[in-house]
Ligand binder design. Structure first.
Ligand code: ZN
Length: 253
């Protein structure tokens, strides 16, 4: 039985930002400049016209966007080593990872998916669908309307977060843990980072506080599409799979 290294990677809004998708932040390219996102994306307003309008506008932005070099780097690595070895989780609700060819788990749901609040049946209607809040579930739920299949302010994480926890808890010495473009002050990733014996990489466009810097083996403050970031992620990933490649080559001989 050969040991099989693994990479768990979590991506956030900093990965979609170079594809011109606004972040949920109060910077020049952020949604908060124009919208009160905590109001239009809140569990209490999920049936309001403002919420549907905001989500339909967001879908239009994603439809007009393209994956960037970082998305394509991850899809090429996943294609090379397999989705069981390169596990991608994202807090983004756009579909740019999928468009670039990756298999990804969405921690906050996805813009192209809708669901019934009663039976949780998911309807993959795509990004061109404009939900107006009047669509009824057709699975026999009485008067149950479809909603955007995303986690709103005021809601808990779904079972996808449990998968992420399982995957990160099982990381060992030979593995690699990467977080890119996620503000660790907002997301509850602290306990995921704790007690890691594997190499870990954190990439953020913003200044990285020293208490966070201490928790990772490598920290890079830059855009995810910078040469240093792309090269580092590729090099470190290839590095942990080196023994596996050597073995595969031996078997071919
Ligand atoms: Zn239903």
């Amino acid at each position: 039985m050969i040991s099989s290294p693994k990479v768990v990677i979590i991506t956030g809004s900093g990965v979609s930002a170079p594809s011109n998708i606004p972040t949920f932040r109060n910077d020049n390219n952020g949604f908060w400049k124009k919208y009160e996102t905590k109001k239009v994306c809140n569990v209490d307003t999920r049936k309001s016209k403002d919420h549907y309008d905001f989500m339909n506008m967001f879908r239009k932005i994603v439809l007009d966007s393209k994956p960037n070099e970082f998305h394509y780097l991850l899809s090429s690595l996943q294609n090379k080593f397999g989705e069981d070895r390169i596990k991608i989780y994202t807090s983004n609700i756009d579909n740019l990872h999928e468009t670039s060819g990756s298999k990804v788990t969405h921690l906050h749901g996805s813009l192209d998916s809708f669901r019934c609040e009663t039976c949780s049946h998911k309807y993959k209607l795509g990004l061109t669908y404009k939900l107006d809040g009047k669509e009824l579930c057709d699975k026999g739920c009485a008067n149950s309307f479809l909603r955007n299949d995303i986690i709103l302010f005021g809601e808990y994480f779904g079972k996808e977060y449990d998968l992420l926890e399982d995957d990160t808890n099982n990381l060992g010495d030979q593995d690699l843990f990467i977080i890119v473009g996620n503000s660790l002050s907002i997301f509850p990733y602290d306990h995921l980072i704790k007690n890691k014996t594997c190499k870990s990489i954190y990439v953020s466009y913003d200044k990285i506080p020293s208490d966070i810097e201490k928790k990772f083996t490598v920290c890079i403050q830059d855009s995810c599409v910078s040469k240093e970031v792309l090269d580092t992620i590729e090099k470190e990933t290839l590095n942990i799979f080196k023994s596996l490649e050597d073995l595969t080559n031996d078997l071919k001989l």
